[in-house]
Design a protein around this ligand. Structure first.
Ligand code: BGC
Length: 747
């Protein structure tokens, strides 16, 4: 696939945005896209490496900067801002996962310098990053190159000027052809082995400098005028607990140097070409949509952790927004793409939740509940990581009290929802027996203990925060109650299935100790759980919502900045909502509503939603598309697909909005293509944007890879393999797709 994105501006401000949108990662190492020649606060992120921090519990560590490069010519440091910058170009090629840079400078002493680099974070070798670069000048002289492992890094905290250092160098070492830093987190939980080597065929003298900032090797070369000099900087980062960490790290450095850049690059390109064979979405008639969508997928895929010790985080390895914490963003917004396209990877992320089930049980107990209560924000240990107080000023005099950790309980049901979604897609019996069923039973237990019985209303859920976070401490939030009900029903359904199936499923029931009377209670609660009433067809978002002051907004705009100050100040007392809430519930549990009801709710809430959260537009876009609001559905889809490229929320520098990236794919899949996975079939009822001539992509259904092509006139589905026929329902028509067959249905 050939998709590249070019950027030509240079300023500290654009660099911050480029930092995020040009991040390269491989699910283990993440390196932001700032130019290697300038200093930056951003080091390297290594997925799964966390440390304690004031206010935010644990956060992803800003690990040593390994991509930096110092360059001097005849004693002049070649910084971009201190010389005349004649050319600055960057290109991200998402087809091959590379970042290229071209720079031309005229130095203050009149030398003209050309610099060109190519950066990769290796797809197949998770510990490896490589920078290849070329240097040319029109004068002869002394080129000095500094290749540092910079351990003087820290995380920005609640104020950018407050920095929290999370690691220190335990060992700095060097030898012929390597520099090495053994780095530990302050809590001593993790150790990183980092090795690097700067290689050239030219005659160079080498020295090594150790300092409080880390270790660096320095190459000095007498260069001739107008000749191109080539260099390769190899980096290996490893965090295995093995005592032989240093030996292993250096061994891999030796291996990759021996292989050389070209071979590594061929392998890396192969990795991405394999990925795109599955992930690519082709849209005929709308190149803008195609580019934005695949760009979103590229960043989503790069952020997918390789190990189940952590899951996909809200802002990826792209920045420190939300401190590398895992939210409902992962299960509800990002995971469906992985479940459909890379189910094995999706499984790993669900196993992350399973690994933290004990912590979730402790969390429930701590709060006086039973079963497992997943934290609203989760880090590497599965305990609640949401800050409850965040200072606004340096002295900590003004603070914001955050209640989401205490009250945003729907995440527990969201996780159970996605476990079921995964099973529907994959039929992965083994996963369910080992992990999934237990998650479902323990979360059901949580809800059974979380509800209270009210004589008039039935089972109620008090004092929560729904997805709409403007309203805190509310009773009977529509989304929460409906998802809790769904969770309870899943508990009942999977219990019955397990008894029917017997074998390992039944063993899980016994292991978890689920009893018949308990299940009867779940069933009773799910039947009697209170759902806020409808007024003129519209569900009240929570008890008392309809009594609040009304205020409406233009659905084509986003955020709170457009609101008058007096409204902003009392936003929680108005009917304005931050993001899809009732509508998010209707999109997730679509079958429970008729289209008229969905329409009434959509029409009501769309003009009361600020979309201050980037999670809002994907849900509204999907539902808008079901309702035939094509323009709005498409407008939101495009805004989401370009959220970072246009810095739509003004906070792109904090990392990539990965929930939105996953949401963009869901708009395609569930919205425009109208695909729903039912108990025993795949339902397809497309409503393509009118300018789309065709859309083509693939996904895996119960182990069978399907290629789907939709045009305004027909739907074609081709299956690659499998043993049994798949039941399809294409706009109401029942069809069976046999192994290796293609079906074409007219629309
Ligand atoms: C949203 C949440 C989301 C979180 C992390 C908040 O602004 O309201 O729904 O989980 O950001 O993305």
């Amino acid at each position: 696939m050939k998709f590249s994105f070019q950027f030509k501006e240079y300023s500290p401000k654009t660099e911050e945005v480029y930092g995020t949108i040009l991040t390269l990662g491989n699910g283990y190492i993440g390196i932001r896209g700032e130019i290697e020649l300038e200093p930056t606060i951003y080091g390297t992120t290594v997925l799964g490496i966390y440390d304690y921090t004031p206010c935010f519990y644990r956060e992803i560590v800003n690990a040593p900067r390994v991509i930096g490069l110092g360059m001097m010519f005849n004693g002049e440091p070649l910084n971009l801002s201190t010389h005349k910058l004649l050319k600055y170009e960057k290109e991200l090629d998402i087809g091959e996962g590379s970042l290229k840079t071209w720079i031309e400078l005229e130095t203050n002493r009149g030398a003209r310098i050309s610099y060109e680099s190519l950066r990769i974070v290796h797809g197949k070798r998770k510990n490896v990053a490589v920078l290849k670069f070329k240097f040319k000048t029109d004068k002869k002289g002394l080129l000095t190159l500094i290749n540092p492992i910079d351990v003087d890094v820290a995380n920005p905290s609640y104020r950018p000027e407050i920095l929290v250092r999370h690691c220190y160098a335990e060992e700095l070492d060097f030898g012929e052809g390597f520099i090495y830093a053994g780095v530990k987190t302050i809590d001593k939980k993790y150790t990183l082995g980092i090795a690097s080597s700067l290689v050239t065929d030219e005659k160079a003298s080498r020295s090594v400098v150790k300092s409080a900032n880390g270790i660096a090797e320095v190459l000095s070369i007498e260069v001739e005028a107008n000749r191109v000099y080539e260099f390769v900087k190899y980096v290996v980062i490893s965090s295995e607990r093995a005592p032989a960490l240093k030996d292993k790290t250096l061994k891999e450095l030796g291996e990759i140097k021996k292989l050389g850049f070209d071979k590594l690059f061929v392998d890396h390109r192969k990795y991405w070409s394999e990925i795109w064979k599955k992930a690519k979405v082709e849209i005929d008639g709308d190149k803008g949509a195609e580019k934005g969508l695949n760009f979103s997928l590229f960043h989503l895929i790069q952020s997918l952790p390789r190990d189940s010790n952590i899951s996909l985080t809200a802002r990826g390895t792209h920045g420190f927004g939300y401190r590398g914490h895992v939210f409902w963003d992962t299960e509800i917004y990002a995971l469906p793409f992985f479940i459909a396209v890379f189910p094995e990877d999706a499984k790993r992320m669900l196993i992350y939740r399973y690994r933290n089930l004990e912590a979730a049980k402790k969390n429930a107990k701590l709060n006086g509940y039973e079963g497992a209560q997943f934290p609203w924000e989760s880090a590497d240990d599965g305990y609640e990581a949401t800050p409850s107080l965040v200072p606004l000023d340096m002295a900590g005099k003004e603070v914001v009290r955050i209640y989401t950790g205490e009250e945003e309980h729907h995440i527990t049901a969201d996780i159970a929802y996605t476990v079921d979604f995964y099973y529907k897609f994959t039929n992965d019996e083994d996963f369910m027996a080992k992990y999934g069923l237990e998650i479902i039973f323990e979360t059901t237990r949580f809800w059974a203990s979380r509800v209270e019985f009210d004589e008039k209303k039935g089972y109620v859920i008090k004092k929560v925060i729904g997805p709409d976070e403007y309203h805190e401490h509310v009773d009977n939030n529509f989304f929460t109650n409906l998802m809790a009900k769904h969770n309870l029903l899943l508990g009942v359904t999977y219990y019955k299935r397990a008894l029917n199936k017997g074998g390992s499923w039944k063993e899980t029931v016994d292991r978890v100790g689920v009893r018949e009377e308990e299940v009867q209670k779940w069933s009773e609660i799910s039947e009697k759980i209170y759902l806020p009433p409808q007024v003129d067809g519209v569900f009240e978002e929570f008890d008392g919502y309809f009594d609040l002051e009304d205020y409406t907004v233009d659905p084509h705009d986003i955020g709170e900045a457009r609101l008058p100050e007096e409204i902003r100040k009392k936003i929680g007392k108005t009917k304005l909502i931050k993001q899809a809430d009732v509508i998010a519930a209707q999109y997730l549990l679509k079958d429970q509503f008729d289209i008229e009801t969905i329409k009434k709710n959509f029409d009501y809430y769309i003009v009361r939603t600020t979309h201050a959260s980037s999670l809002s537009m994907p849900a509204y876009s999907i539902v808008a598309s079901w309702l035939g609001y094509e323009d709005l559905a498409y407008e939101y889809f495009m805004k989401c697909a370009y959220i970072e490229l246009k810095n739509l929320y003004g906070n792109t520098h904090d990392g990539f909005h990965l929930a939105t990236a996953g949401g963009v794919w869901q708009v395609l899949f569930r919205g425009f293509c109208g695909i729903d996975i039912e108990e025993n079939s795949i339902k397809i009822a497309p409503r393509l944007p009118s300018k789309w001539k065709a859309v083509k992509f693939g996904f895996s259904f119960r182990g069978i890879w399907l290629e789907i092509k939709i045009t305004p006139k027909e739907v074609a589905v081709r299956s690659a393999g499998g043993k049994e026929a798949i039941r399809l329902n294409i706009v109401g028509e029942e069809l069976f797709l046999g192994p290796n067959e293609q079906i074409v249905a007219s629309l």
